[in-house]
Structures are given as C-alpha cells and as structure tokens.
Write a protein that binds this ligand. Structure first.
Ligand SMILES: C[S@@+](CC[C@H](N)C(=O)[O-])C[C@H]1O[C@@H](n2cnc3c(N)ncnc32)[C@H](O)[C@@H]1O
Length: 266
C-alpha cells in the first residue's frame, strides 16, 4: 500500500520561500536585464503558469507591450487572469498545449519566452518548431531551465546518504543537451547565459526542509528511493546525518542553483 505523505503545507511554496530567504540573487531581474525588451513589442510567454513572467514584462515596459501568456493548465491561467486584473494589466491568456499546434498564426511575435517549462514537452523538436513558426523573422526565443550542474550539493548528499544513483530529472537531464541542441539546429545565433544563485545554510534545518519538500513534491521521480512513509523517513534521517557531517566539516552548506538562459534568433 502507498501512503500519501504529502506535507500539509505547500511543498512548492516551501522551496520558493527558502530560495528567497537563503539566496541573494533575483532571477526575474537577471531575465529583464538580458531580454531585448522595447515598448510596443509583441510577446508570447509559453508555459506561463500563474503569469509571473507576463506580469514582469508588463511592469518593466510600463504597459507598453502586447503580451500573451499560454498554458495547458486552466487553473493556473485563471490565477494569472486574476493577478493581471488586480495589477490592472491588459494581458491576454490563452489555452496552449505545446505538444500540439499552437492556436496562433505564423510570424507574429517579437519575443517568445518559455521559463522552466520546455522540458515537459513530449517531442522537443516539434515544440521548438512551433515556437520558431510563431516568431517573426529576426524575433527572439528565450528559454530558462536547470543546467546539469544545478543543485550539485543536494544530489551529492542524497547519493552519499542512499548509495543510489540519482534518477534522471525532467529538466536537468536534457535541458543543456537535447533541448539546447534542438534550439541550435532550428535557430541562429544561440547564446547561453548562466544565472547562479548560491543558497547558503548555516544550519541543516533549512536544507532538510528544502530536501523534504523536493522529494515529497516530486515523489514520482524518486519512486526507486522510497515506497512508503517509513522509507521516506529513513531516507530523510540518513540525509540529515550526511548534511550534519558536511556542516561540521565546512562550517556551512552551499547549494547553488544553476539556471541556463538560452537566447536565440529566428
Ligand atoms: C514550473 S512551471 C513554470 C511556470 C512559469 N513560467 C513560472 O516560471 O512561474 C511549468 C509550467 O509549464 C506548464 N506546462 C506543462 N506542460 C505543458 C504543456 N503541454 N503545454 C503548455 N504548458 C505546459 C505547466 O502548466 C506550468 O505552468
């Protein structure tokens, strides 16, 4: 029998909160400084979720842009619509499943962004071709995702605590390989920009909270590591022991988030 040992608190929120508290760099600012944003431009954000990037473009361009967000998750689209209404932002949100033909005409957008979403695509070349199709000639594609070196410390500790190989993660196992390769094959002038945000922990607790939230939120990925509540607790106990040992050796725990921003021209 499988137990539902999801925490009552929202695991994703726990992780976001730990990023804000223990990291010092702001990924939204990094993106805004990189992107060729100009007033009057037409922007599409694919996998827009609750509208974080759309709202950030709107604010940066002081409302002087035509912005569309697309996602497959209607609940998130509703959240995005509510947040945009509250911010008085005129942003269009559409149903868009990137495994299917985008419900959009060819050659419309100056900028297409896809943040922390492209690696959920079933057929990467197909999705990248759709992105290419809806961009104007000379338009910019920008994607973000985890590089292979992302959170090395986190995986090292889990490997040491369990003696097991880490299962392939949907993002970091193919973002800087298959996905980058496909962008290079489809677009010209592909640039790689790296965002590093070291999360520095002076005690083991926030690292353990982060790990607990990660393993429990993504528990399908970790099914070879634990089946039930007792397994989960056993693994968390041995991870805690390894983290305590590392803290004693190094005086602090540093887990660095490494995000790649791929910028390409159609
Ligand atoms: C990690 S979230 C990122 C959301 C947002 N870009 C952000 O950075 O806050 C991944 C997003 O990809 C979306 N997604 C997953 N599969 C998708 C698909 N087939 N078509 C469109 N969006 C998809 C999810 O619904 C989710 O909103």
């Amino acid at each position: 029998m499988k137990y539902d040992y999801r925490e009552t608190t929202d695991d994703l929120l726990t992780r976001i909160d730990i990023h804000t508290k223990y990291g010092s760099r702001d990924i939204d600012r990094w993106m805004l400084d990189l992107l060729p944003l100009r007033p009057g431009m037409k922007i599409l954000d694919v996998g827009c979720g609750a509208g974080k990037q759309c709202l950030s473009y709107h604010k940066e361009l002081k409302g002087q842009a035509d912005i569309t967000g697309g996602d497959v998750n209607r609940e998130l689209l509703d959240q995005a619509r509510r947040a945009s209404a509250e911010a008085n932002a005129n942003i269009r949100y559409i149903d868009l499943n990137f495994n299917e033909r985008f419900p959009l005409e060819d050659g419309q957008f100056d900028l297409l962004s896809c943040c922390f979403a492209i690696y959920y695509a079933e057929d990467i070349p197909y999705t990248i071709r759709e992105m290419h199709r809806v961009l104007k000639p000379g338009g910019t594609l920008f994607t973000t995702g985890p590089m292979r070196t992302n959170k090395q410390f986190f995986y090292d500790v889990i490997r040491e605590a369990t003696g097991k190989e880490i299962p392939p993660m949907p993002g970091s196992s193919r973002y800087d390989s298959e996905i980058l390769g496909t962008i290079r094959a489809t677009f010209s002038n592909v640039e790689i920009h790296i965002f590093e945000n070291p999360l520095v922990f002076e005690t083991v607790e926030p690292f353990i909270d982060y790990t607990r939230a990660s393993l429990s939120e993504d528990r399908k990925l970790w099914s070879s590591f634990f089946q039930d509540k007792d397994d989960f607790q056993r693994i968390m106990d041995s991870i805690t022991r390894v983290a305590e040992k590392r803290l004693e050796q190094d005086g602090k725990l540093v887990m660095t988030k490494v995000v790649g921003g791929f910028m390409a021209t159609r």
